[in-house]
Design a protein around this ligand. Structure first.
Ligand code: G16
Ligand code: MG
Length: 216
C-alpha cells in the first residue's frame, strides 16, 4: 500500500491525560501551586520536562536542576501507579474498529507519541503488537511541535511524509504533522485544532471511504 497512518497516543488511542493531570496536580499541591484542568490543557502533547517548566511558570516557582530531576522522577512514579491499573476497557471509542479497518485494507500504522511510557501503556491495553513500529519520547531529541517524531514514523512505514496521515489531539502535534508535510487529522475540538487538514470529534466518525479519498 502507498499510504500509512501515524497515531498519537494520549488523547487519540487512550485518555491518559486524566492520569497525567492527577500526577501533576499532586505535585502542584505539594509545591503550593494552583493547578486546574484548564492549566492541564497546556501540557497535552508536550514532553515531561517541558510540562514541569510550564507548571513552575504557572506558580512562579524556581527550582534547582537537581530538584527538578527528583520531581520528574516522583511525578512519573505517581503516574505509573495509574498506568499499571489500565486495561483494554480504556481504549477510546472507534480505535479498535479503525485498526481492524486498516488491517483489512492492508494500510500499515505506527505510533508517534511524546510519551516515554508509550510501550507500557500499549501493552497494558493489549495493543502493543498491532503497530508496525513505535516512535516515542525515548526515540526523539526534539519534542512536538518539531516534526522529528513523525518523520521517524514515516521512515518506519517506508513512506514519503506526504503519504502519511497523522491522527492527533494536540495543537503541538498538528503543528508537527503540518511541518512534516503530512496529512493532519485533528481528533477533538475543531476550533482548538483548526490548523488540521481534517477534523473529527473522535475516531468513531471516520467515514469508511476516508483513506481512499484522502490521498489521490
Ligand atoms: C503524552 C501527553 C503529554 C505528556 C507526554 C510525555 O503525549 O499528551 O501530556 O507530557 O506524553 O509523557 P511521559 O511523561 O509519559 O513521557 P502524546 O504525544 O502521546 O499525546
Ligand atoms: Mg496527544
Amino acid at each position: 500500500n502507498n499510504i500509512g497512518v501515524i497515531f498519537d497516543l494520549d488523547g487519540v488511542i487512550v485518555d491518559t491525560a486524566k492520569y497525567h493531570f492527577l500526577a501533576w496536580k499532586n505535585l502542584a499541591d505539594h509545591l503550593h501551586i494552583e493547578f486546574t484542568e484548564t492549566h492541564n490543557e497546556l501540557l497535552k502533547g508536550v514532553s515531561r520536562v517541558r510540562s514541569l517548566e510550564i507548571l513552575l511558570n504557572i506558580g512562579h516557582v524556581t527550582l534547582s536542576e537537581e530538584r527538578k530531576r527528583e520531581i520528574l522522577i516522583s511525578k512519573n512514579e505517581d503516574y505509573l501507579g495509574y498506568i499499571k491499573k489500565m486495561n483494554a476497557d480504556e481504549i477510546l471509542p472507534g480505535v479498535n474498529n479503525l485498526l481492524n479497518d486498516l488491517d483489512s485494507k492492508g494500510i500499515k500504522y505506527v505510533l508517534g507519541s511524546a510519551s516515554k511510557n508509550a510501550p507500557l501503556i500499549l501493552k497494558q491495553v493489549g495493543l502493543l503488537q498491532r503497530f508496525e513500529g513505535i516512535v516515542d519520547g525515548n526515540s526523539v531529541s526534539k519534542a512536538k511541535p518539531d516534526p522529528e517524531v513523525f518523520l521517524i514514523g514515516a521512515k518506519k512505514l517506508n513512506l514519503k511524509p506526504e503519504n502519511c496521515i497523522v491522527f492527533e489531539d494536540a495543537i503541538a502535534g498538528i503543528e508537527a504533522a503540518n511541518k512534516a508535510k503530512m496529512i493532519s487529522v485533528g481528533v477533538g475540538d475543531e476550533e482548538t485544532l483548526n490548523e488540521a487538514d481534517f477534523n473529527f470529534n473522535n475516531l468513531t466518525e471516520i467515514p469508511q471511504d476516508f483513506f481512499s479519498k484522502v490521498i489521490s
